[in-house]
Design a protein around this ligand. Structure first.
Ligand SMILES: Nc1ncnc2c1ncn2[C@@H]1O[C@H](COP(=O)(O)OP(=O)(O)OP(=O)(O)O)[C@@H](O)[C@H]1O
Ligand SMILES: [Mg+2]
Length: 202
């Protein structure tokens, strides 16, 4: 409930323009790897606590997954709002885990084109029926009401993600086949000559 209220607050702030976007130059390469490290770490700490009280609280053991990284080695300096952008990637990764069977492989990719960076996250999960593809970014939209009630969440994650990515002048979209998996893409404007290093001149 608290999460839903926070999500609704973020959306209404984004709507009304009262949510300030705090832009910073980030090396997206490092930033993405850092988030993925955190997801890898969650698996480890989970496994270490198996059988202890902490995991006994959860009705079942947390789902297992493997993250494969196909990430450029180049530094990619991009202007984003770090907190908000992290929330976007967190949601997409959590969705990939939530809507996949136990032990699924998630592939995280990052590459650059001549004026964009493209970040993508693929899973081998349930996939999304064709008729729902352009609705999943709508507020409160969830593909299978019965199935997703059990999964928790409110259907606001992707709506927030879209607002944030668009506020960064980027695009977010999905490619999916029901029963085979989904890939979420985010592209952001990128200027290869702009390393955010205006400080270096001095
Ligand atoms: N990787 C995925 N595979 C299959 N279905 C997905 C995937 N990601 C999202 N969906 C579908 O899109 C819906 C909307 O996703 P969204 O992240 O907005 O909401 P949620 O995950 O249900 O809840 P919340 O993010 O608010 O906790 C989901 O309920 C699910 O039906
Ligand atoms: Mg979600």
């Amino acid at each position: 409930m608290i999460r839903m209220i926070n999500d609704l607050l973020s959306l209404s702030r984004l709507d009304s323009g009262t949510s300030k976007i705090d832009l910073e130059y980030l090396n997206l390469n490092e930033f993405f790897n850092y988030i993925l490290d955190r997801f890898d770490m969650m698996l480890k700490t989970d496994n270490e606590h198996t059988g202890e009280a902490s995991s006994a609280n959860q009705s079942e053991k947390r789902k297992q997954y493997t993250i494969k990284r196909e990430i450029t080695r180049r530094d990619l300096w991009v202007e984003v709002d770090p907190d908000k952008f992290m929330q976007v990637i967190d949601n997409i990764l959590n969705n990939a885990i939530k809507y996949s069977p136990d032990g699924g492989v998630i592939t995280a990719r990052l590459l650059e084109t001549h004026n964009h960076v493209i970040l993508s996250i693929s899973d081998q999960g349930l996939g999304i029926p064709r008729k729902d593809l352009n609705k999943i970014f709508d507020r409160f939209y969830r593909v299978d009401k019965a199935r997703s009630r059990k999964q928790g969440g409110t259907g606001l994650g992707l709506a927030i993600s879209k607002e944030v990515v668009e506020a960064l002048n980027g695009r977010i979209w999905v490619d999916s086949q029901e029963g085979r998996g989904s890939t979420f893409y985010i592209s952001l404007p990128y200027d290869p000559l702009d390393d955010g290093g205006e400080w270096d001149e001095a």
